[in-house]
Design a binder for this molecule. Structure first.
Ligand code: PMV
Length: 321
């Protein structure tokens, strides 16, 4: 990692700011890659970006002074070029989200960069455009992303997302939960790249579609019904769906011992349901709580076991803009 040179350009003409929240996938990860729906929600933790002129650009630095990986810098350059901006730009990134933890940091960074660059270019950046531009970055981390992460990071709140397929356009339904949705996000501490689970699963499915396709469809059905349960405020229903989804994801080979044990412990602690969230293979687990008080109890119990975790409320109040 290189350090930022000290001659950072200050804000001025061509400068801009943007931010976006992280996310969790409640149901439907992996299945969403194959055209099934996924249920996702924004977190209150965000990534913030400032873009300013810098003759040494394009360059991307964290506030710690660390330079971002080369492929991320080139995705930033491609985004700037698409907006008609020159290459002489620096982005400075501040994050409240753990990076590479399955909480949407790459999508949040993509949406925040899109917003900052659009401001620098004097162009509007509605959610659809922010999510589209963020795909430049998503492709670096994901290969062929479904688009669910940038969609929820750009819109905020809770959504049921289905990717574009053939002539059918992408479908995004914004959901209002019938009851407040309190969860615990628990980190395994195992960093993983999304490609490391998505691509091997694609290869297994290619070899045995008759085995894998019904499992992926079942995950999509759990997400579809989960959206209905969420709107009805039927948390018990949603909790069973979390447990069922985790079982299927484990059968698909995208879980790991640490995630399985973490979910089992969260259920023993009283969670209504627990599952891996995102690509799996490490990253984070998501537990559903009855209410805010139970989410805090789950947090205390997990912390007492040395688990890094935080309680969160998902819903329209976790805004994006
Ligand atoms: O990168 P993650 O952990 O948020 O996972 C993305 C969700 C997947 O369904 C596994 C991949 C995708 O492109 O939708």
């Amino acid at each position: 990692m290189s350090r930022a040179p000290s001659s950072a350009a200050g804000p001025g003409a061509g400068s801009g700011q943007g931010s976006a929240p992280g996310k969790v996938i409640l149901l439907g990860e992996h299945a969403v890659v194959y055209g099934h729906p996924a249920l996702a929600g924004a977190l209150s933790q965000r990534i913030f970006v400032e873009v300013a002129a810098d003759a040494a650009g394009p360059c991307v630095y964290l506030t710690s002074g660390e330079s971002a990986p080369a492929e991320l810098v080139s995705a930033f350059g491609a985004m700037a070029a698409e907006l008609g901006l020159g290459a002489s730009l620096r982005a400075t990134v501040r994050t409240e989200l753990p990076l590479g933890g399955g909480l949407g940091s790459s999508a949040a960074l993509g949406v925040a960069l899109a917003r900052a660059l659009c401001e620098a270019a004097g162009q509007p950046c509605p959610p659809g455009r922010a999510a589209y531009l963020a795909l430049h970055l998503e492709r670096v981390f994901h290969g062929a992303p479904s688009g669910v992460d940038p969609a929820v990071c750009a819109l905020g709140g809770l959504i049921l997302f289905t990717r574009a397929q053939g002539s059918a356009p992408e479908a995004v339904v914004t959901l209002a939960p019938g009851r407040p949705l309190h969860v615990l996000v628990a980190l395994t501490g195992i960093a993983r790249g999304t490609r490391r689970t998505v691509l091997p699963l694609a290869a297994r499915r290619e070899e045995r579609p008759a085995l894998y396709d019904p499992l992926l469809s079942a995950l999509g059905e759990l997400a579809r019904g989960g959206a209905d349960a969420l709107v009805r405020g039927d948390l018990a229903d949603l909790g069973v769906r979390f447990d069922a989804a985790h079982g299927i994801l484990a059968a698909l080979g995208v879980s790991c011992t640490e995630l399985d044990e973490l979910c089992a412990a969260l259920r023993r602690d009283g969670a209504l349901g627990a599952k891996l969230t995102g690509a799996g293979g490490g990253g984070a687990a998501l537990a559903l709580a009855q209410d805010a008080a139970q989410a805090r109890v789950l947090e205390q119990k997990a912390r007492a076991r040395g688990v890094q975790c935080f309680a969160a409320r998902l819903g329209p109040e976790a805004q994006s803009g």
